[in-house]
Write a protein that binds this ligand. Structure first.
Ligand code: ZN
Length: 162
């Protein structure tokens, strides 16, 4: 039998004891990884009410421009680091571009960019690249917030008897 504390509320995988728990609304949540813990901290309402329930994926495919073309060694490093992230399904890196398919419920482009920076990859610095990234970050946060608190249903008709 598995207790709720065994299941990561973000990705549904087994929790890891070394990742610190978070208390939210007088409940304790446990996580499989530091990445899922951060996603929870950003959007606790989205993940706290649905533990253990099957959630449909929100697949995104984004292509990020790099500041300079990558060689083979960096290409391999990019692919292996990104594939280790929760929710990342597919990564291709060639010339000056990295394309990633991922589940927005588990990972955002912002987190993917952080990992790219950690392995020493510089993203394209043109104003159009920055504009695109800013727009993606904002729209992904909005999408997750809307999932956590969907707009209230409209009531068009008065209740019966009025
Ligand atoms: Zn997880």
């Amino acid at each position: 039998m598995s207790a709720l504390s065994d299941i990561c509320p973000v990705c549904g995988m087994k929790t890891a004891p070394e990742v610190a728990a978070i208390e939210y609304h007088k409940m304790f949540f446990h996580f499989c990884s530091e990445q899922c813990r951060k996603m929870f901290l950003d959007h606790p309402a989205l993940y706290s009410g649905k533990i253990g329930k099957e959630q449909s994926k929100i697949l995104k495919r984004r292509t990020m421009s790099l500041a300079e073309p990558v060689d083979d060694e960096i290409r391999k490093r990019i692919i292996s680091s990104l594939m280790k992230m929760m929710g990342v399904q597919e990564v291709t890196a060639e010339k000056g571009k990295v394309s990633v398919t991922y589940d927005l419920r588990q990972v955002t482009e912002g987190r993917i960019e952080e990992v790219l920076a950690e392995v020493g990859t510089k993203l394209g610095g043109g104003w159009l690249d920055r504009l695109r990234r800013g727009w993606v970050h904002e729209s992904e946060e909005t999408e997750l917030d809307n999932l956590a608190a969907p707009p209230a249903p409209k009531r068009n008709r008065p209740p019966p008897g009025v």
